[in-house]
Design a protein around this ligand. Structure first.
Ligand SMILES: [Zn+2]
Length: 301
C-alpha cells in the first residue's frame, strides 16, 4: 500500500516546524489584521528595516517578545499609517514568528515582515510610459520596419486601459527629444565626430552601424528621429495623457545619446525622473511602451 503523503513542513525558526496549513492560517490572520493599515501607506525601505532591527535586537540576533512588538510598531509607524497597531495584531504577528523561550530571532522577524506583513501594505506605484511617439510607430524608426513587423500602435489601447484602471500614484510619460544636430543621427556623422581609432571613412559607414565616437562612446547611427517640435516626436494621437501626468524628455544634449529616461549613455547627466520617483515616495515602478530592446531594458535596469 502506498504511504500516506506527509503534509509539507514549514520551518519557522531553527528548531520549530509547523505544517504548511498552520503557516497559511497564521499568514491569513496577520493579513486580515493588517487590513486597516493598507490604505495610504508606504513600504519601509530595506534601510528602515535594518535600522529598526539594529535598535531592538540585541547584538542583532534576538529580541524579547515585547521588544519585537515595539519593533513592529516602529515599522508600521514608518509606513505612514496613522492607526495604532493593537495588541491582538501584534500578538498574532509575533506568534507567527515562532518565538522560542520568549525571544524571536532576526531571520524569523524578517521572514514574517517580508512575507506576510508586507502584503498588508499598499506600495506606492509609478507607471512609466516609454517613448510612445510617432517616429517609433509609423515614422523613421517604426517598429513595423523591424524583423517582427509589429505595429507599435497596438500598445496604445493597452496602455490607456492600464492608465485608466490601475491606481498609480505617479504616471510619467517619457519622450525621446533630440535637437536637429544630434550625434545619433546618421546624416549628422562627420569624420571629426569619429574616434581617432576608427579606420572607416565616414562615407562607408551605413545606417544602423555602430561607430566609436570621439569621446570614446560607442554609438549606433540611427536615422533622424524624434526631432524636438517635429511631427515624429509627438506622442501617438490616441495615447491618453492625464492632467497630472509628468513628462520627462531625454536625449536633449546634441553630443550624447540617452537610451535611459534616467541618465545619458555616459551617465554624466540625469533627467528629473529619479527625483520624481523619490519625491512621490514610489516603491514599485511599472514600465510600458515601445522600443523594448533599447529603451525599456535601460529603464528596468
Ligand atoms: Zn533617440
Amino acid at each position: 500500500m502506498a504511504e500516506e503523503p506527509q503534509p509539507k513542513k514549514w520551518k519557522g525558526g531553527e528548531e520549530q516546524e509547523r505544517s504548511a496549513d498552520d503557516a497559511m492560517a497564521t499568514r491569513h490572520k496577520v493579513w486580515q489584521a493588517m487590513a486597516p493599515f493598507r490604505e495610504g501607506t508606504r513600504r519601509p525601505t530595506p534601510a528602515d528595516i535594518k535600522r529598526t532591527t539594529d535598535k531592538f535586537f540585541e547584538a542583532n540576533s534576538s529580541a524579547s517578545v515585547e521588544k519585537c512588538k515595539d519593533a513592529l510598531k516602529e515599522l508600521m509607524t514608518q509606513t505612514g499609517c496613522n492607526k495604532v497597531a493593537d495588541d491582538a495584531l501584534l500578538n498574532s504577528a509575533v506568534a507567527a514568528m515562532a518565538p522560542k523561550d520568549g525571544t524571536v530571532n532576526v531571520p524569523d522577524f524578517l521572514l514574517c515582515w517580508n512575507n506576510w506583513m508586507k502584503l498588508g501594505e499598499r506600495p506606492r506605484t509609478a507607471l512609466i510610459v516609454v517613448d510612445v511617439q510617432h517616429d517609433f510607430i509609423d515614422g523613421s524608426l517604426a517598429l513595423r520596419a523591424c524583423d517582427a513587423k509589429q505595429d507599435g500602435a497596438e500598445v496604445v489601447p493597452i496602455i490607456n486601459a492600464l492608465h485608466r484602471t490601475a491606481p498609480f500614484d505617479l504616471v510619467v510619460i517619457t519622450k525621446d527629444w533630440h535637437p536637429r544636430d544630434h550625434i545619433s543621427f546618421h546624416p549628422n556623422l562627420t569624420q571629426e565626430r569619429l574616434h581617432s581609432s576608427e579606420t572607416r571613412n565616414v562615407k562607408d559607414i551605413p545606417l544602423f552601424a555602430q561607430v566609436k565616437l570621439a569621446d570614446g562612446q560607442t554609438q549606433t547611427m540611427w536615422p533622424a528621429h524624434c526631432v524636438q517640435g517635429s511631427k515624429g516626436a509627438e506622442l501617438h494621437k490616441d495615447l491618453e495623457v492625464g492632467n497630472l501626468d509628468h513628462t520627462v524628455v531625454k536625449g536633449t544634449n546634441s553630443m550624447i545619446d540617452s537610451y535611459s529616461a534616467f541618465f545619458d549613455n555616459a551617465r554624466k547627466s540625469k533627467t528629473p525622473l529619479s527625483d520624481l520617483l523619490r519625491r512621490y515616495k514610489i516603491d514599485d515602478v511599472y514600465c510600458c511602451g515601445l522600443a523594448y530592446d533599447r529603451e525599456q531594458q535601460h529603464e528596468c535596469q
